[in-house]
Design a protein around this ligand. Sequence first.
Ligand code: ANZ
Ligand code: ZN
Length: 827
Amino acid sequence: DARYDFREIEARWLPVWTEKQPFRAGNAGDTRPTKYVLDMFPYPSGDLHMGHAEAYALGDVISRYWTMRGFNVLHPIGWDSFGLPAENAAIKRGVDPAGWTEANIAQQRTSMERYACSFDWDRVLMTHRPEYYRWNQWIFTRLYDRGLAYRKPSLVNWCPFDQTVLANEQVVAGLCERCDTPVTKKKLTQWYFKVTDYADELLDDLETLRDTWPSKVIAMQRNWIGRSRGADVEFVIEGHDQPIPIYTTRPDTLFGATFMVVAVDSDLAAELVAGADEATQAEFAAYAEKVKGDTEIERLSTERPKTGVFLNRYAVNPVNGERLQIWASDYVLADYGHGAIMAVPAHDQRDLDFARAMNLPIRTVLDCRDEDRNALPDPAESGIATTGDGFLINSGSLDGLGKADAIDAITARLAAEGRGKPATNYRLRDWLISRQRYWGTPIPIVHCEACGEVPVPDDQLPVTLPPTEGLDLKPKGQSPLAAATDWVNTTCPKCGGAALRDTDTMDTFVDSSWYFLRFLSPGKTDGPFDLDEAKKWAPIDQYVGGVTHAILHLLYARFFTKALRDMGMIEFGEPFTALLNQGMVTMDGSAMSKSRGNLVSLAAQLDEFGVDAIRLTMSFAGPPEDNIDWADVSPSGSAKFLARAWRVARDVTSDVGIDPAAGDRELRVVTHRILADVGGLIESFRFNVAVARMMELVNATRKAIDSGAGPADPAVREAAEVVTRLLSLYAPYCAEDMWSMLGHTDLVALSPMPEIDPALLVQDTVTCVVQVMGKVRDRLEVSPDATEDELRELALASENVQRAMDGAAVRTVIVRPPGLVNIVVAK
Ligand code: ANZ
Ligand code: ZN
């Protein structure tokens, strides 16, 4: 007998797929409904790893499923091939980033083909190629024209020893991650995209994704945008002509404001301290220096002991005329709201910590209660601010109002007096896209002394990267492109005079913000994407990828989509209709990494167990969003199951195309029920449960062959074919081989899912459990549609029930059709 040999099977089918390219999306004449299934494209930083293997296994189940369900599926792949890994490899090993990148891409592509990814290989794109990044530049100029791309000076983290700009993640406790030098700030003029123009829409549209995106991701997006509604209130400052505004979400607590705090690094603090005595100025300067390198997270932490300096200046509380000390501290941020707050220690924990540390007054202005309506302890004594709802006290004419009413009342009063107004703030900041690095898209702007910033005209795009020869790629606060003098020196597109190219490159998140549109017409030379193709395919029906991209990538892609819509290029405002985030593949509970030494090589796993067993293991390990601990799974168990399924196909002896209706009805019922269930399971991403159902079907078919209807029964063939088709979603090599053993000459991957026979799904009877006083006394086979009355009668007529009741009178009968009757008797 033939034996299951995955190596032989892989060697047989891979060339067939390579030749036939079965997953090309249908072209213009195709009348099938469309589905766009997209896996997040990889960085070509090495060969594929276990994480890719998981993501692509899951994306493939979805994509192959819709193909078999009769959809015209678009399932493309490309490479996010600009960015640091290539540049770092270039610096470390002196190789050319382009060559390094292309070699990795070639290797990853070979691995993807081996892994049987159902990609449309005619649509491959790579973001480092000028034919792609040309359109980044084109879109940049459109954003620029609309005021959505602009330049402004900003502070960046700077390591004075390495002479390099550091990302926030590279600053650890204020020190450079590499050399432990204290990090300072440096002012650089940089390019931004104005994401904040879309803040409300980015937030409000999340509502439309509520049923199709993980709620965790929606919450993360919501927090990142961080819309906050409250009021601006103006405080008069003694010895300062202009009143200063503060932002508060709690204008109801104004009577409890007992001091003010300004951000230590704000212009306002500098201005106020300039009018103070010398000792204060010195103390302030020392304090400002001390907290300079700290991150926003550290500054806002409630755990951190409060520090600050009294500025020897005073403000006036607008509602009661009280004199308030003004302090400078790091727990107030310079770039949120107005960089200044009114401090209400009784009802804000950080203000309370600060007041207790500095011995400042604390006044409770809300009477807050627990669930039992007991008054909460006084914050001044307990050290715990009362932040909940309550009734106003110590607040003059507002006393007795609830929190919400008080917020409205006081905001209206301040507005009427011209001393305040409703205000909204966002945590979201504009997107800093400038990178002082080589391996990215050059910013298509020319700086001309006469004309200023001039966008490069379309017919001069792409602005290609200069060759690396002679350039020092090491990060140094100025782009390596600045040293490419022949490249930098150019003529102004407007006046024809001498001008300089912008030397920054774009953040690689720009590349991934619209690549899903480029897949629609990857070869297009007169525009970024074809508008009709976009109408046909987009938005993406199903996006699959890691939760690591749950904030920035998705937010930026959503921003691009809205901006492109406002340019009239597409008609939708959300790029990803549905999102699936797969978990991570870990080892002994921790993330795999080279430095931990717990890296499992995908290639080695594929060699040992075969592609199908690894793919199946990835899907069967658990719900897709959970992490897979590779120490806990069993690829050899998967391989055994595949061998068992394969032998079922091998053993079928009936011919193709015979009528299964003539066969074993019991097996047919099992087959059609499982077929019906698996569809729903896959559409709800319960891939592992679907595998379990397939295992059941393999077992039932095996049993029918060995000790039931026999290998020639038409129902056995039907069952084996259903197994093969379902299995092809997970284990395409094995399934293709089974399909051919079953006598078919087409590819199972392209064969339609069989029709479900509804007659076989009808359940003839269900079991109704009958209890007397909660004890099971009988089980009745009843119609699934039996009514309450019918069930009551049947139950009371049962002999077993009568015996158990032993002549007692019936008190009540509780009926839950069709499964349960409980009889309560009088005792
Ligand atoms: C008085 C008050 C009383 C506040 C109270 C809260 C509770 P979100 O929700 O994040 O918008 N705040 C304002 N500007 C700030 C800044 N630049 N840095 C740090 N904190 C700042 O928070 C708004 C609240 O955070 C504001 O409302 C203000 O404190 C503080 F019982 O004002 B509140
Ligand atoms: Zn000019």
